[in-house]
Design a protein around this ligand. Structure first.
Ligand code: ARG
Ligand code: ZN
Length: 864
């Protein structure tokens, strides 16, 4: 059934306390629940309705009186239709089977370790409950388990623990902070802690633990360090202190997402905790830092203030992503972080917004909420927060955050509550701004300039394209930050912030000379700027713009235009053109790359060509059809042009910037490695560079350099590639996370044999495909990050991928549904490929017993 935002009703019953006892057993875990219900005076009334899925109910009572025979059970829960007092105690006992739980939702086993994932609706697979975020209760938990499981964890503060007869033991936990069921967590395993302590601003001592399997202790230091920095940052930036005496992080191998912010007990995909120089890349370190911070920041934006219902997901996710972005910006380079985030936004969110899965930041209906943990809710949600801050100004922003925490602490809120806070502190009317939460689709921004000798008339116009279910759009509030550069390259007027609120608006700006505009500085709004600029203007901005984002953008646009010019429609068919790439364009980039006053990390971003997906979207806008293989070939030509023209520069950059001395994951060294390895990726298109890559592969003492060399060899089809791949496999066969990297390199290779390799690797005996990290790093990476090979004209990879989605769906619907997004661009393709993709989507849709998760995804892709 379709769940609608408009149908929201407050809960009929509230819960004061929830006491749970777990008697852990792989096939039959007993869960006893004791829940204090009170009638909600503001609720709709009605019988007691509790959510529950896949539970075996042994018995239930109300105020001690057995009611088991008076319950009506169905697939989604139970109903007790009997007269009830305004307050009563519900008790029940259920049995669940963690070992059989391959969906990784609820209580499950991962490598012999019990763990939980309850967001969004996993708690109902543990016991009967009003499993909705606006029901908040104080939880007490008692865990009983075999004594070998030495570590028994749940939320909040530890209580009593000790031995039990029969080789078992128990531990108790109590979380004093009322919380919704989705923040419940339990972990039991043979674990080791790497520990530290933190003293909060007000002097409270907090014990910090990162829990891992024996043997992984030496890979926890960075996560722990990032946690301490995040805790300090939230105090300094927002005055937010931690509120318990212990903070636990647990690394789990089988996990559907990145991590989870359970109160006081964050659970992480081990990929985002474990790191050592030999096993993790600079990128891994950066992700660990930001995800540890993200989950920690949820303690205030998510846990202390939570969501009223799941339509409000962006309230906690958009805000918390924004907060983790700002944290990374402060810890590393703000400019580089902004560019990385915008690249990611364009690659994932713009793609989503332009296709059949487009939905508003606050969706208004869903069938399966797990399908809405999307780039739109998270990343566009963060952009909306960023625009709000820009519009109200830094100082008012901070006042608003203070008021939000003060006014709504302990509550389950909606987007309206959030906006009201900012209306109150700023005196602004945010009703039009709210459209950012309600209208899907990426706005298109057009620019016209007229210069009359004394003043510039700037005309901005906007158009929001139709998206599924939203044919007509209203104009949005678009903040456009703008700089004015004179002929010398200096700023000739202060930066302006234009607020576009109508379909079209003009401003007249008096200036001493005709300016070159630096528009949408810092990417001040998540829009597509439709503006033809000549290469000379882009080169000028690349050389002079004081806004680092726009400086990078100018270079990226030069590359994108040059690549687009390599293709054209011939008889309606995308074809490569013989157009040469203008030497001036490459030289503009070369100049920036040689500029030693520029941060190496920033120059690495200038060197990286736009993604094939981004080029495809631009070509679809231009031509109405895309051939992913033509896109790939055009982009290869650009790389060839760079390599040929800049070979000496690239070699010099690599020589100059390869860090010497022991590995450090700090931003400065990581940036230099990024530049040196970016140069290597291009140099390895030629035999000399391949020899250099092979030498780097052999000598590297850290995973970043090793993987960069291996990728350069593999993706360029170097003769040394197979030997290097084999050496790497032999060295790391025992380490699943490292082997994911090995598979991913092969899956994303543009070489013609990539599909055959992916197939063979996926059929290998030792391929643990039920683990989401494993399947995603091979099959998922192939479909998402290797467009040239995934979109083979014969459709074989589509069939292969659909087979995998169906296979995974039977085991883990959530992960299958997320991976289905690889098909979301199918309508950009030519008729032949469209027919092949549609046939696979229809085959999936017709599968008997398809999960609600996957069926919603394929139906939206077919209908949208
Ligand atoms: N709240 C988590 C985070 O963003 C994501 C967990 C979502 N899990 C899920 N199964 N939908 O940090
Ligand atoms: Zn989150």
């Amino acid at each position: 059934p379709l769940i609608r935002l408009a149908d929201y009703r407050p809960p009929a019953w509230l819960v004061e306390t929830t006491d749970l006892t777990f008697d852990l057993h792989p096939d039959a875990t007993r869960v006893r629940a004791r829940i204090d219900f009170t009638r909600n005076p503001d609720g709709p009334g009605g019988p007691l309705r509790l959510d529950g899925r896949g539970l075996r109910l042994l018995r239930a009572s109300v105020n001690g009186e057995d009611v088991t025979d008076r319950l009506t059970l169905d697939a989604e829960g139970l109903t007790l239709d009997a007269p009830l007092p305004d307050a009563f105690v519900w008790e029940c006992e259920t049995v669940i089977a963690p070992a059989a739980n391959t969906a990784l939702e609820g209580l499950y086993l991962s490598n012999g370790m019990y763990c939980t994932q309850c967001e969004a609706q996993g708690f109902r697979k543990i016991t009967y409950y009003p499993d909705r975020p606006d029901v908040m209760a104080v939880f007490s938990v008692r865990i009983e388990a075999p004594a070998e499981l030495g570590t028994l964890l749940s939320n909040g503060e530890p209580g009593e623990s000790g031995p039990l007869p029969g080789g078992r033991r128990y531990a108790c936990w109590r979380d004093p902070w009322p919380k919704p069921s989705y923040l419940f967590a339990l972990v039991a395993g043979d674990l080791r802690a790497v520990s530290d302590a933190f003293v909060t601003a007000s002097g409270r001592k907090v014990a910090l633990n990162v829990w891992v399997r024996p043997g992984d202790e030496d890979r926890c230091a960075y996560a722990l360090d990032a946690l301490k920095r995040a805790m300090r940052w939230d105090e300094e930036k927002y005055g937010r202190e931690y509120d318990l005496s212990v903070f636990n992080i647990v690394a789990v191998d089988d996990f559907n997402m990145g991590a989870m912010e359970n109160k006081g007990l964050n659970i992480f995909n081990s990929k985002y905790v474990l790191a050592s120089p030999q096993t993790a890349t600079d990128r891994d370190y950066e992700l660990i830092e930001s995800i540890v911070a993200h989950e920690y920041f949820h303690n205030w934006t998510g846990n202390r203030i939570t969501c009223r219902d799941w339509f409000q997901l962006c309230l906690k996710e958009g805000l918390t992503v924004f907060r983790d972005q700002e944290f990374t910006a402060d810890q590393r380079s703000a400019a580089v972080k902004r560019i990385e985030d915008v690249r990611q936004l364009r690659a994932r969110q713009f793609r989503e917004d332009a296709g059949p899965l487009a939905h508003p930041v606050r969706p208004d209906s869903y069938r399966e909420i797990n399908n809405f943990y999307t780039a739109t809710v998270y990343e566009k949600g963060a952009e909306v927060i960023r625009m709000l801050r820009l519009l109200v100004g830094e100082e008012t922003w901070r006042k608003g955050m203070d008021l939000y925490f003060e006014r709504h602490d302990g509550q389950a809120c909606a987007v309206e509550d959030w906006l009201k806070v900012f209306e109150d502190v700023s005196g602004r009317d945010l009703s039009q701004f709210k459209l950012w939460y309600e209208q899907a689709g990426t706005p298109r921004l057009r620019v016209r300039e007229e210069w009359d000798g004394r003043a510039l008339t700037l005309t901005l116009s906007q158009r929001v394209p139709p998206t599924p279910g939203q044919p007509d759009k209203k104009p949005m509030v678009i903040p456009v930050a703008c700089g004015f550069l004179g002929q010398s390259g200096d700023e000739i007027a202060p930066r302006r912030l234009f607020e576009l609120t109508e379909a079209e608006q003009s401003w007249r700006i008096e200036l001493p000379e005709r300016p070159t505009l630096s528009l949408l500085r810092g990417f001040s709004a998540p829009v597509i700027l439709e503006r033809d600029a000549d290469p000379a203007e882009r080169a000028f901005l690349l050389a002079h713009d004081s806004d680092p984002f726009n400086r990078w953008q100018a270079g990226a646009a030069l590359a994108a235009d040059a690549i687009a010019a390599q293709t054209a429609l011939r008889d309606g068919v995308p074809t490569l053109t013989p157009a040469p790439i203008a030497p001036g364009v490459v030289e503009a980039l070369g100049k920036a790359l040689r500029d030693e006053t520029l941060d190496p990390a920033f120059r690495a971003l200038i060197l990286a060509p736009p993604s094939e997906d981004e080029i495809a979207q631009a070509l679809f806008d231009r031509d109405g059809v895309v051939d992913p293989q033509v896109v790939h070939a055009a982009r290869e030509r650009w790389k060839d042009a760079l390599t040929d023209a800049l070979a000496d520069d690239l070699a010099a950059l690599r020589a100059l910037h390869r860090p010497v001395g022991p590995y450090s994951p700090e931003a400065a060294d990581a940036g230099r490695r990024a530049l040196a390895n970016g140069a290597l990726a291009l140099l390895a298109r030629r035999p000399q560079g391949q020899a250099d890559a092979a030498a780097q592969f052999a000598a590297a003492d850290n995973m970043t350099d090793k993987l960069a060399a291996l990728t350069a060899l593999t993706h360029n089809g170097a003769p040394q590639a197979d030997e290097a791949l084999e050496a790497f496999r032999r060295q790391w066969a025992h380490d699943p996370l490292v082997m994911d990297k090995w598979r991913m390199i092969q899956a994303t290779s543009p070489q013609p044999d990539a599909f055959a390799r992916v197939k063979a690797l996926s059929e290998a005996e030792d391929f643990q495909w039920r683990n989401p990290n494993r399947l995603r790093s091979l099959v998922g990476a192939f479909a998402m990050a290797n467009p040239a090979r995934f979109h083979a004209a014969d459709g074989a990879p589509y069939r292969f991928y659909a087979d995998w989605l169906l296979r995974m769906d039977k085991v883990n619907p959530q992960t299958a549904a997320r991976m289905a997004g690889a098909f979301e661009t199918w309508r950009r393709l030519d008729a032949g490929r469209q027919a092949l993709a549609r046939a696979q989507l229809q085959r999936i849709a017709a599968e008997p017993g398809l999960s609600r998760d996957l069926s919603e995804m394929v139906e939206r892709m077919l209908d949208g």
